[in-house]
Write a protein that binds this ligand. Structure first.
Ligand code: ADP
Ligand code: MG
Length: 605
């Protein structure tokens, strides 16, 4: 058996840097990341990024930051040189983005790096060029204050790395992502990203914290973002999160920062998704960007070479703070901002274009809130939808007073039920056109919130059953019931041991359907038992139990309900915290906009 040469040698600096470069400089976007971070640390208020090829030909970053002296420039590209740390103690409280002193050295070892820099109070600047880790020249040169760093021929001496790179668009995509992330929470810095002659990002300085988002994602998405602002003794959370209308198929738009440092964190994504739990359908994710400000000593940023991962001192506390912050934002009145502005367009449209846009002049019940809305008009007592070419359409249902039927959901959104269709849906006139309510979904939402509240308050009214229900459970069900006896009890399902494997329920929570049979309840238990092993936390499990109980307490498809019952359901729905989705994230109300009706009927082109 042959042995390898075992002689140990000390690696030279250049080799060490090239190895380190493997970790820090993965692809062109990593260079952009490190250079932007340096510009931010240098207090720049303008950072312009120019890309040629897909970053392999040239990456140039021009900033107007504090610049470097000639002595500093001569050191900056060497390994373990930094102006941001002085001692090991400083590592405990890092406030700058950089601190390892490795980036420039790593980049310089796998490219041709040029620095042109001047401090504001100096007359002359410095230029320096390093190729593959060797200094080519350093000399004085006139230039504007600030720093320009140019990286050419990236990976020219690491062909293996080059091979790993993906297509041009993929690499550019990564660069775009890096710049967006930095720009998104720094409205005080003008970021501009150019690829050859095309401007990919231009996010000028602004006092509006949402301005970078507008520059990157557009104004339509921005209208659907809710501000997050939440503070406790331990942390301060700021940023924006989307209304449930705006969601994505991936988690890519869940963006987090800790002390303005971009981080990937499962704790944070889970927290946000918990807040959206019943608001989004399965596999849909919100758009959100949050900055979590923590005392620097409470996080460890030094656990990952590119500093992308961090460690929290108290992860579960951070989790619950983020859940609360996002929940609070989602519960705010601003949830209506999106639909308000949509509504405004519609009103204008109705006023200018519609022959039948009857604008409310007099008053109805909750008048001050609904003024200026297109008022539903009821003139016809036949219960038939009639179309009148002069006055437009009028919808009516026999024998009902319009006032008592208008149910207000918010300042700007109301529903007026007209009747039931297909034994499941409520048809309504609404402030925005026509609305169709899935009564089953709506009822589920109502019951879910009711049960949730009662679970939290531990006071749930029960009503005795005339005939107690007895259950004989199989062994698996028995184990399950025993594990969750307490939770069921809190929710008003009191399983009493009757002997052997038989349990008995003598009463039901008043909000449940009293015609439930033993089989119904057993089916419900079986559904819960099957799904519960997929859930990790007790809270998630309780939530499932509540969802299932809600689901089994409500109007089923196929039940016909009268208009009074519909009104009751809609009134209860209107005071729910999250009225527009059922607990599983499906919509409760579908709207057909006036504009769309007109289009369909050929009234407007
Ligand atoms: P680190 O950022 O971890 O300190 P780097 O290798 O990225 O290490 O940079 C080394 C040093 O070079 C920095 O500490 C800083 O003093 C200086 N430097 C780098 N880029 C800039 C810049 N754009 N403006 C001013 N100084 C810079
Ligand atoms: Mg750095």
């Amino acid at each position: 058996m042959s042995t390898r040469n075992q002689t140990i040698i000390q690696l030279d600096k250049k080799t060490i840097n090239k190895i380190a470069a493997g970790e820090v400089v993965e692809r062109p976007a990593s260079v952009v990341k490190e250079l932007i971070e340096n510009s931010i640390d240098a207090q720049a208020t303008e950072i312009f990024i120019f890309i040629k090829g897909y970053g392999l030909d040239e990456i140039k970053i021009v900033d107007n930051g504090i610049g470097m002296s000639k002595e500093d420039a001569a050191l900056a590209w060497k390994s373990h040189t930094t102006s941001k740390l002085r001692s090991v103690e400083d590592l405990e409280e890092i406030i700058s983005l950089g601190f390892r002193g490795e980036a420039l050295a790593s980049i310089a070892s796998v490219s041709m790096l040029e620095i042109l820099t001047r401090m504001k109070d100096q007359i002359i600047g410095t230029t320096i060029r390093v190729k593959g880790g060797d200094l080519e020249f350093i000399e004085e040169k006139e230039c504007a204050p600030g720093t320009t760093i140019t990286v050419r021929n990236l990976f020219y001496n690491v062909p293996a790395r080059k091979k790993f790179l993906k297509s041009k668009t993929t690499e550019l995509g990564h660069i775009l992502e890096i710049v967006s992330r930095q720009a998104l929470i720094r409205p005080n810095i003008h970021f501009k990203l150019l690829h050859e002659v095309s401007v990919l990002i231009n996010s000028p300085k602004s006092n509006n914290p949402l301005e970078p988002f507008i520059s990157i994602f557009g104004v339509e998405s921005a209208k659907k973002m809710l501000p997050v602002a939440y503070e406790t003794e331990d942390a301060r959370i700021t940023g924006y999160t989307s209304i449930p209308d705006l969601s994505r198929a991936t988690r890519e738009s869940e963006i987090f920062y800790v002390n303005k440092r971009f981080v990937k964190s499962k704790i944070l994504t889970e927290a946000v998704e918990e807040a959206y739990k019943t608001l989004l359908m399965k596999n849909r994710y919100p758009m959100v960007f949050l900055n979590i400000e923590l005392n620097a000593s409470k996080v460890d940023v030094n656990i990952h070479p590119t500093k992308r991962e961090i460690r929290f001192d108290d992860a579960s506390k951070i989790h619950s703070i983020v859940v609360e912050a996002v929940t609070k934002a989602l519960a705010s009145e601003d949830l209506w901002r999106g639909s308000k502005s949509i509504l405004k367009d519609k009103i204008e449209l109705a006023q200018t274009k519609l022959p039948f846009g009857l604008v409310e002049q007099s008053s109805i019940g909750q008048e001050k809130l609904t003024e200026k809305l297109v008022k539903p008009s009821i003139t016809n007592q036949t219960g038939i939808l009639s179309i009148d070419s002069e006055l437009g359409f009028r919808l009516s249902v026999e024998g009902l007073q319009s006032e008592s039927r208008t149910i207000l959901f918010s300042e700007s959104f109301w529903l007026k039920p007209l009747g039931q269709a297909l034994q499941l849906y409520a048809l309504c006139e609404s402030s925005e056109g026509i609305a169709i309510v899935d009564l089953h979904a709506a009822h589920e939402r109502i019951k879910y919130e009711e049960l949730m509240k009662r679970y939290d308050d531990s006071k749930l009214e029960n009503q005795e059953l005339l005939q107690p229900i007895t259950f004989s459970f199989n062994p698996e069900q028995l184990i399950f019931i025993k594990d969750y006896l307490f939770q069921f009890q809190k929710l008003g399902l009191n399983f009493e041991l009757f002997g052997g494997s038989t349990y008995i329920i003598r009463s039901l929570p008043v909000i449940m359907d009293f015609s439930l049979t033993e089989l119904d309840i057993k089916n419900m238990i079986e559904e819960i038992r099957n799904e519960i092993p997929n859930l990790k936390t007790l809270n998630e499990r309780i939530d499932l139990i509540i969802k299932k109980m809600a689901c089994h307490s409500v109007v089923r498809g196929g039940d016909s309900v009268n208009l009074n019952k519909i009104i009751t359901i809609l009134k209860e729905l209107s005071i729910c915290k999250k009225p527009f989705t059922c607990p599983h994230g499906r919509p409760t109300i579908i709207k057909i906009a006036i504009k769309d009706l007109e289009k369909e009927f050929g009234r407007i082109i």
